[in-house]
Design a protein around this ligand. Structure first.
Ligand SMILES: [Mg+2]
Length: 301
């Protein structure tokens, strides 16, 4: 008889707009008892998931599952990098960019548990920074301003996120003056948006690039220069069609290393969570550094 694998589910009971109350019941119902011995842990404060995942690694767990959005996955992933313990996901956030890239169904515990039961383990890239690792995307600009002003978890769905962006643009937003080095390219100007992607997703099934890969060892980067507000809908439409090339204010890059020079006014978003940081920020693509459970049939990711 094959030995059972130890799997731990880490649930943040309070964060997020989607109720996770019945998740333990769904785990009990749909987990494969032949394959797994499971444990459920609840987090009690921000950052607790990182500590719990670290303990799981020390205790020899084979799989650690983040139940939540990109922010929760980020917290769990920090402790699994470079270890044998695989990351699993039951996506219950608002945007779910990371899971959507990997074709793990959002807000569908049964579907996500099926991936854990029948899926395969692959190695994927992450973005390393001097602050923390990034699983989906990070950067600064209009999105980091929105993340700071409107509590990330209070935004439910694409429409309310879009509304928050429009309000931010019209009422508050000032472009970021920054100096950024993208490999050998140096940009020093006003940025509306700067995002480095590991996944192809902002979330809400909203991808900017057609072919972003989590196993190619490079980040995909989008830069938006100043644009008039009336062009917003044209720009959003182009981005939704994954045609950033049609926007004259947009530039895209592929990079292994990025340096954002420090300045007093910088506010970042890391996987949707806002981070204030005034020193330099370095992003580096780290190839295939974490084990991840993905659907059995997933080949392009
Ligand atoms: Mg990549």
């Amino acid at each position: 008889m094959e030995e059972k694998k130890k799997i731990m589910f880490i649930i943040n009971p309070i964060s997020g707009v989607y109720k996770k109350k019945n998740i333990p019941e769904k785990i009990a119902r749909y987990i494969d008892y032949v394959k797994y011995d499971y444990t459920i842990r609840f987090t009690q404060y921000a950052g607790h998931a990182t500590l719990i995942a670290q303990q799981a690694v020390a205790e020899g767990y084979h799989v650690c599952v983040a139940v939540g959005g990109d922010g929760s996955i980020n917290e769990v992933a920090q402790s699994l990098i470079g270890t044998e313990t695989a990351l699993g996901v039951i996506p219950y956030g608002s945007g779910n960019g990371f899971a959507t890239h990997l074709k793990i169904p959002p807000r569908d515990a049964e579907g996500a548990l099926k991936v854990l039961n029948t899926g395969k383990v692959v190695k994927i890239d992450l973005i390393k920074s001097n602050i923390r690792y990034v699983v989906s995307n990070a950067g600064f600009g209009i999105d980091s301003s929105v993340a700071r002003r409107f509590h990330h978890h209070a935004i439910r769905g694409l429409a309310s996120y879009a509304w928050a962006v429009v309000k931010e643009l019209l009422l508050y937003f000032k472009p970021f003056e920054a100096k950024v080095e993208i490999d050998d390219v140096v940009l020093e100007k006003e940025f509306f948006l700067f995002t480095a992607f590991n996944s192809n997703q902002y979330g809400y099934d909203y991808a900017v690039f057609p072919f972003t890969s989590m196993k190619d060892g490079v980040m995909d980067v989008i830069v938006m220069n100043r644009f008039p507000v009336w062009k917003l809908f044209y720009i959003v439409a182009c981005l939704m069609l994954k045609r950033a090339d049609l926007i004259k204010e947009a530039e895209s890059y592929r990079a292994k290393r990025i340096k954002i020079h420090g300045s007093k006014k910088m506010v970042y978003q890391f996987d949707g969570d806002s981070v204030i940081w005034h020193d330099d920020v370095i992003f580096e693509a780290v190839p295939q550094c974490i084990n991840m459970i993905v659907p059995e049939g997933l080949n392009s990711y």
